[in-house]
Design a protein around this ligand. Structure first.
Ligand code: NAP
Length: 232
């Protein structure tokens, strides 16, 4: 018998941690990933039962991602919701961003989303909802900020990828949406905008994302949505 699970990447801190907790609280079986084992262990302890499962996974490691997808299959899991939340940011003047930094940002924010979806889509349930977490910086026509060329352009790529996936795979009944988040008070925000106080906590954003993931796929499909009360 297959078991329905929810995947959350980047669950070791910030929005992903709060989201994994929230989805677990709502009764889902959550499979949470990140690189930091100690923080994932803390998440599992906070959840307190086996409906929170974690996998230490570097999304840049192709082989590890494939092996993980195989293990999910072996367990008989079917994916009802997938939240591609993991993100990487570099805040530097355009001229100073090294090829390594540029690739790392695209690796996590774009390539891993592309490849992870390829690997796990055989496990999608008939009405899976895939939510890709983008950023206001990647939303076409939004205000842009110096230092964020690699990050914001990568978030625009994942937004466009979302629309393409809906077009190509949507007829199977699957739904892909991208949420372009505004400022949320996390460690990443502090890297992007040092000293800026965001009006939104990770817990508040997690509640919104969980509501959206659970309740919107009938009417919102293939959309790139700005989710911000302020700029940034
Ligand atoms: N906070 C904001 O204001 C804001 C605004 C717009 C969009 N967003 C987006 O929202 C998402 C969550 O942001 P956040 O602020 O919560 O960020 P965060 O606190 O920096 O958390 C990022 C998460 O991604 C994981 N991650 C990074 N590189 C990884 C890799 N190579 N392999 C696996 N996991 C990796 C990190 O875990 P490990 O380090 O343990 O691997 C961490 O759990 C991101 O996609 C971000 O771009 C955030």
């Amino acid at each position: 018998m297959s078991k329905q699970v929810v995947l959350v990447t980047g669950a070791s801190r910030g929005i992903g941690y709060a989201l994994a907790l929230e989805l677990h609280r709502r009764g889902h079986h959550v499979v949470a990933t990140a690189r930091s084992e100690s923080k994932l262990r803390q998440l599992a302890e906070e959840c307190g039962d086996d409906r929170l499962e974690f996998e230490v996974l570097d999304l840049g490691d192709r082989e590890a991602v494939q092996q993980w997808a195989n293990r999910l299959k072996d367990k008989g899991y079917r994916i009802s919701h997938m939240i591609n939340n993991a993100g990487s940011l570099v805040n530097k003047p355009f001229a100073d961003i090294s090829p390594y930094e540029l690739r790392r940002v695209y690796e996590v924010n774009v390539f891993s989303v592309f490849e992870l979806i390829q690997k796990v889509m055989p496990l999608y349930s008939d009405d899976v909802h895939v939510v890709n977490i983008s950023s206001m910086g990647g939303y076409q026509g939004s205000q842009k900020f110096p230092g964020l060329t690699a990050y914001s352009s990568s978030k625009a790529a994942v937004a466009s990828l979302t629309e393409c996936l809906q077009e190509e795979l949507g007829e199977r009944g699957w739904t892909f949406n991208a949420l372009c988040l505004g400022a949320v008070q996390t460690e990443m925000l502090e890297e992007a905008f040092p000293g800026f106080a965001a009006p939104t906590t990770p817990g508040e954003m997690a509640t919104f994302i969980a509501d959206f993931a659970e309740g919107s796929q009938k009417f919102i499909r293939g959309k790139v949505l700005p989710i911000s009360s302020t700029t940034p």
